[in-house]
Design a protein around this ligand. Structure first.
Ligand code: NAP
Length: 276
């Protein structure tokens, strides 16, 4: 089973659900990532900051699935904002991955206090125009950051990867992304190791549909039009996380899940956070 494809605003397509690789690192990682590909995952989400681009690249190169059927995302770390720095950083990612192009490259954080995300974006546009990366996007960009990119470069990101889960449904941010034709991709879609998957609103909905709590939460993302990238280092879990394309939540389920909103972030606040 593979995830269906979503249309991006640049004419490319991206799997609607992908494999998060944060913390999947070390000698066993390529084999684990390879089994996720065998299970049907086609989108692999890495970042320079995860320190596992080498392992992800090894899995891609060793896979029997052709490169052009895989979708590899990496992200530019905060320390590399700037026009020339972004190009050098991108080349470093490609080298560590051992690939000659990326499917998607994201600015990992906007870092407003540093004030360089627009010139970084100009470098991204150049990389895309040169064919080194098929699609370019951002991560953790607030509506005002997106507006600045579009006002100053006329190029809207293909993807905005943001923290999104039932505790933080990000309604206004998703409208801002949608307005630009930018696909919202959900990080920490399962709420990482919070109590989300144990909450009654989720477990009882799972029982009703004969599904697991994680499947209910992932289906919720898809129903919002967002593209989740769950991480699991457990084969049984990552297989079932992909098995979410043959059932639907009803209005009662969605209303119940909506009551879980707290508005609290698990990760940092993009308005102020500086990550190097
Ligand atoms: P997550 O996917 O919400 O949750 C991962 C946790 O859930 C792991 O502890 C995993 O355990 C567990 N899990 C997975 N499937 C499960 C299931 N079916 N049942 C029960 N538990 C399950 O959190 P995340 O890793 O923070 O986020 C996902 C990906 O988003 C990351 O890997 C990364 O690629 C990306 N990300 C991006 C940013 C950004 O700033 N752009 C920030 C954070 C994350 P096991 O591994 O033990 O199975």
């Amino acid at each position: 089973m593979t995830a269906p494809l979503l249309d991006l605003n640049d004419g490319n397509q991206m799997p609607a659900l992908g494999f998060g690789t944060y913390k999947i690192i070390g000698p066993d990682a390529p084999e684990l990532i390879g089994s996720a590909i065998d299970a049907g995952y086609r989108l692999l989400d890495t970042a320079t900051r995860y320190d596992n681009e080498v392992e992800v690249g090894e899995a891609v190169r060793a896979s029997s699935v052709p490169r052009d059927e895989l979708f590899v995302t990496s992200k530019l770390p905060g320390a590399d904002h700037g026009f020339d720095e972004a190009r050098r950083s991108f080349e470093g990612s490609l080298e560590r991955l051992g690939l000659d192009r990326l499917d998607l490259f994201l600015i990992h954080w906007p870092q407003p206090p540093i004030g360089k995300f627009v010139e970084t974006w100009r470098a991204f546009i150049r990389l895309r125009d040169e064919g080194l990366v098929s699609s370019i996007g951002v991560s953790n960009f607030l509506p005002g950051h997106l507006d600045r990119l579009v006002d100053e470069t006329s190029v809207a990101p293909a993807v905005n990867q943001i923290e999104l889960h039932p505790f933080l449904p990000q309604n206004e941010q998703r409208v801002a992304d949608f307005r630009l034709g930018t696909v919202t991709q959900s990080w920490t879609p399962l709420g990482r190791r919070t109590e989300l998957l144990d909450r009654r609103e989720i477990t009882e909905t799972a029982e009703k549909h004969g599904r697991t709590p994680a499947q209910v939460v992932l289906r919720w993302h898809l129903d919002l039009g967002a593209a989740p990238i769950p991480k699991s280092a457990t084969p049984e879990r990552f297989r079932s996380n992909l098995d979410v394309f043959d059932f639907a939540l009803d209005d009662d389920d969605l209303e119940r899940i909506a009551t879980l909103e707290t508005g609290k972030r698990i990760g940092g606040d993009p308005a102020t956070e500086v990550q190097l």
